[in-house]
Design a protein around this ligand. Sequence first.
Ligand code: SF4
Ligand code: F3S
Ligand code: FES
Length: 232
Amino acid sequence: MQVQLRILRYDPERDQKPEWRTYTVEAGPMDRALDLLHKVKWEQDGTLTFRRSCAHGVCGSDALLINGRNRLACKIRVDQLGRKISVAPLPGLPVIKDLVVDMEGFFEKYRSVLPFQIDDGRPPVRERLQSPHDRERYDDTTKCILCAACTTSCPSFWAQPSYVGPAAIVNAHRFIFDTRDTGTEERLEILADADGVWRCRTTFNCVDACPRGIDITRAILEVSGAIVGRGS
Ligand code: SF4
Ligand code: F3S
Ligand code: FES
């Protein structure tokens, strides 16, 4: 079948502003949006620029605004999208070229919540043990692939780009509730900031956008509960 693929194109060296261009692509129902982008790039216009690496929903590099929703291009198929498909860069981040956005601000926020294990610095006599029950506590938030689909679908982030955003909170949650970690206080202090968890208005866009099915609002509520719990 033929699919009409509209892509928001922008080359800052040549264009005044972004512009939609439409490409007709031969596709099957099981082709993914990423396959269509490949067809355009390889067969029609080699200047089309987008990111992808694994092509199997693992690396998180091809999150795009597809038919008005943030999704991974490698995980959404033609039979789910229809014969008219629009593809634009993730909203709320500066566009470098075509579908490629500048992720530096996103990763800066991720780094700001100390997304690594902090311990007392003394080498343990044996491995740091953790019960299956304690491991389960943060299992959901270990699944994040840092695709940015959640943060860039969040109205609070659009309104206030300094908001740390759901992805950073998810990755803070992963360590805050890890019984082997000793950096909880430091992280909660960072997330109690004006640009931290309180900017969330439980809009749920982030949950709808997450390709890993992470219960993001639950993670945010657990982190805000831990912040409140510090005072009691
Ligand atoms: Fe992507 Fe989900 Fe991680 Fe957000 S929480 S960055 S949507 S994988
Ligand atoms: Fe934004 Fe998700 Fe909260 S969309 S407002 S972080 S529930
Ligand atoms: Fe890696 Fe889609 S290309 S997640």
